[in-house]
Design a protein around this ligand. Sequence first.
Ligand code: ACO
Length: 327
Amino acid sequence: MMRAKIVGTGAGIPKKLLTNADLEKLVETSDQWIRERTGIRERHIVSPGEKFSDLCTHAAVEALKRAKVKAEDLDMILVGTISSDMLFPATSCLVQRNIGATRAAASDISAACVGFLYALHLADGLIQSHKAENILVIGGEILSRYVDWTDRSTCVLFGDGAGAVVLQATRGDHGILGSRMKSNGNYGDFICMPGGGSNAPANDPRTLEDRLPFIRMRGNETFKVAVKAMADVSSELLAEQGFEKEEIRLFIPHQANERIIDAVGERMKFPAERVFKNVDRYGNTSAASIPIALDECVRGGLIKRGDLILMTAFGAGLVWGSVLLRW
Ligand code: ACO
């Protein structure tokens, strides 16, 4: 059976740091509140002029180098994001141009914080059905450009970045073993940005007057749904693939909030040392959170050949999902 195996990872992180102390100067908040309620200490955000496609390109070049795969050999580029450079063309096409992936088809996937896992799920399907051999999958976001910097309930949460993996078709036991993606549009208003799309276009002055192109979130309700959804879909995937929780070497949940990560880990009964966290240093980077985490784990030697890795994410849509792989 053909499997999609990750053969290289990379990340593109903006240099600029925004600490909780910096946020204390912007809104009525405190380092203590942010750390206690979210676990976040600092996050990276883009500087003026820095583009989303630049971060993605940086991540892509690193991943290709580590994979020893040439850009010309890519069949497909998928970018999971809700903050592309422009509404169109897709950021994946800009990355294709930047890296010289002349043979690759390219498309963006919109699934908020689950964008990377959705893209991985689709890429796995393309490889299993022999439609592609080498796929670049990127998850990235610069939500700092959509955050309402006067709203303390959201502006303290998000960070910017991009992460990339190169998937290669392989035969054998290593690679993506299974994936499950879900959605429930009934909760679409839990997290949304109502302006900037065709319903309230950016070129209509009323869009900005009504402050529509900003992230809105019902954080508390989202929190409750997120914990159960991520734990349930991860458990379902493990059962479907015939594995026990004890066999998982590393659980990498979406890095939105340390309390959510801990709650999902406890619900799944994973020992704390098997649950990866870096939310303290990046904040919620949405679609970038899992590929950045994966890249850190690989470079930090936390993942060894043969390890079972379980990843899960949750975000606006609402959408959620889980991917299981053997490294
Ligand atoms: N500083 C100080 N006080 C604050 C801040 C802040 N930055 N933000 C909110 N508060 C206050 C609120 O006003 C409220 O005050 P009140 O009790 O006087 O009304 C109090 O703190 C508690 O507010 P809650 O919203 O109930 O706080 P909660 O413990 O739920 O934490 C948070 C909020 C961090 C947003 C949390 O709910 C959360 O992480 N939710 C999930 C977010 C998520 O996972 N999103 C999905 C991905 S995002 C995407 O898809 C793009």
